[in-house]
Design a protein around this ligand. Structure first.
Ligand SMILES: [Zn+2]
Length: 132
């Protein structure tokens, strides 16, 4: 049940920015979550967002279901189960798998985010703005 945070973040951005730039910001934040690299191969730049559970299988567009990845990986994975697909890849490694699983469980918190005062302020304002 980690979805609320993301929703709050998106809501905050929607309130404070226009709709287009809020969405852009949301996607931008996601892309840089793995250091700007593809979460699967960690070689190419993450230029796309993969639906971990494909939309066609009822996957959501929430942060926990979106993984920054490169176009080749996104394309190769298509609508296959991410873990089945990932374990077959040459670049598969268990640590990366754990990171992705934490991401899906929404437990991964970046150290930079915790140290970033703006992030804390934003969360505080956001919580205030969302207690309707
Ligand atoms: Zn990749």
């Amino acid at each position: 049940m980690g979805y609320v945070e993301d929703w709050k973040e998106l809501m905050f951005n929607l309130q404070c920015l226009n709709k287009g730039s809020a969405k852009r910001q949301f996607r931008q934040d996601l892309k840089y979550a793995f250091g700007g690299l593809c979460a699967y191969c960690r070689e190419n730049r993450a230029t796309t967002l993969d639906h971990i559970k494909p939309k066609s299988c009822g996957g959501s567009s929430l942060r926990s279901n979106l993984l920054p990845c490169c176009r080749p990986c996104n394309h190769a994975k298509a609508s296959e189960n991410w873990l089945v697909w990932y374990q077959r890849q040459e670049f598969y490694n268990t640590i990366a798998q754990e990171l992705i699983e934490e991401w899906i469980a929404n437990e991964r918190i970046d150290v930079e985010e915790l140290e970033d005062e703006r992030f804390n302020d934003r969360t505080a304002i956001c919580i205030a703005a969302c207690t309707i």
